[in-house]
Ligand binder design. Structure first.
Ligand SMILES: CC(C)=CCC/C(C)=C(\C)COP(=O)(O)OP(=O)(O)O
Ligand code: MG
Length: 368
């Protein structure tokens, strides 16, 4: 790569003679080179240099059936206005879960995974994302998020106030979707798997709060700090259900072992950074200050966005390599852990395929 190819610079770099601040200020960075939409839309497929495992195409009949069930479920709960129907179709929830859970035990479990995915995205879009224009706000986010947590994490107050809680949990689409998706999931997951999910959603909400706090104060994290936040604001709740969706349980004493926790987190982090790479262009188009790994690398390393993007691919690849090596070593110690590790790997591979082919949501920067 030549210097000319990488000429998009961090603004702080263009002030000669000034001492760089100890912590780089969060300024809008120049966006990625944009293209006419028709050209940009073609720029999909795998990111050059990105480590991923290719998957077999999903069964179209299975996808259509899961989509049909999910749409009926969403309509029945009045989860979103008809104006959002295009977004529902464009997200391709059925295709996502069929790709992510190739070993799913049955369609009911696959549909429950889709309900949870839909609910998680509804909470993010309606509560957290200001740019979506669906009521989301960084300021005061803790209030709605604690209610969202309660929708999956039962209330144990006075008998008299329980009915108020029950009604409160039906107040909007994000709450209804969390609440009823959780009911379906808990119908086949063991109590331990259900509690695992509750804890992973609490972690996710903590990550949303940190992201919102940084957006509100204009804080630019260091790279490691960003990776901490993204380890919580993360796809993990989707990955740690793989055993339940596949119809078995990785028992709590095994799941809780630090090395199993580590491969769960590594897989979740790798696949979440895949989102940062595929959604980079979309995010910068809607909000030039939106944090994702390339933005944070560019600000911290005072380099152009293309360099930062390629560096972010490397960071992803290192995490992915750690996952693959450690998961393989661990799998050799126990067939059950091996099955679980395969489920994690399948989810990562399917989620990559979904990102690489979802032209409704994502297009790549014009770097290749
Ligand atoms: C499905 C799930 C658990 C989502 C929670 C966290 C989340 C929304 C992501 C990891 C995706 O990241 P992002 O908010 O950047 O999503 P888009 O890039 O807008 O698709
Ligand atoms: Mg993103």
């Amino acid at each position: 790569m030549t210097a000319a190819e990488d000429r998009v610079e961090h603004p702080a770099r263009t002030s000669p003679g000034t001492r760089p601040p100890a912590r780089p200020a969060r300024l809008p960075l120049p966006g990625p080179p944009s293209l006419p939409r028709s050209v940009a839309a073609r720029r999909t497929g795998a990111i050059p240099g990105l480590t991923y495992r290719a998957v077999t195409p999903p069964d179209p009949e299975k996808v259509a059936e899961v989509d049909r069930r999910l749409e009926a479920w969403a309509r029945g709960l009045d989860l979103f206005p008809t104006a959002w129907t295009g977004d529902f179709a464009g997200f391709q929830f059925g295709r996502a879960v069929v790709l992510q859970h190739p070993g799913a035990a049955d369609l009911d479990r696959l549909t429950a995974a889709g309900e949870l995915l839909l609910a998680e995205n509804l909470v993010d879009d309606c509560y957290c994302e200001e740019e979506e224009d669906r009521g989301g706000s960084h300021r005061g986010l803790g209030g709605p998020l604690i209610m969202a947590q309660s929708a999956i994490d039962p209330y144990h107050g006075t008998a008299g106030s329980e009915e108020d809680w029950r009604q409160g949990m039906q107040a909007d689409g994000p709450l209804r979707s969390y609440h009823w998706a959780m009911k379906d999931y808990a119908g086949f997951a063991t109590p331990s798997q259900t509690t695992r999910f509750v804890h992973d959603i609490a972690r996710l909400h903590l990550g949303y709060l940190a992201e919102a706090a940084w957006a509100e104060t204009g804080h630019m994290p260091k790279v490691w700090e960003y990776l901490v936040m993204r380890q919580f604001n993360n796809f993990r709740p989707c990955l740690s259900i793989v055993d339940a969706v596949d119809g078995y349980e990785l028992p709590e004493p095994l799941y809780s072992r630090p090395e199993v926790q580590r491969i769960t987190a590594l897989a979740s982090n790798a696949t979440t950074l895949v989102n940062d790479l595929y959604s980079f262009t979309k995010e910068l188009e809607t909000d030039p200050t939106h944090l994702n790994l390339p933005q944070v690398v560019a600000a911290n390393e005072r380099c152009g966005l293309k360099t930062a993007y390629l560096r972010s691919v490397e960071i992803h690849n290192q995490i992915m390599a750690s996952f693959e090596e450690e998961a393989a070593a661990l799998s050799a110690t126990s067939p059950l852990v091996g099955r679980y590790a395969r489920g994690l790997s399948d989810w990562v591979a399917g989620n990559h395929e979904w990102h690489a082919t979802n032209t409704h949501r994502y297009h790549l920067p014009n770097y290749w």
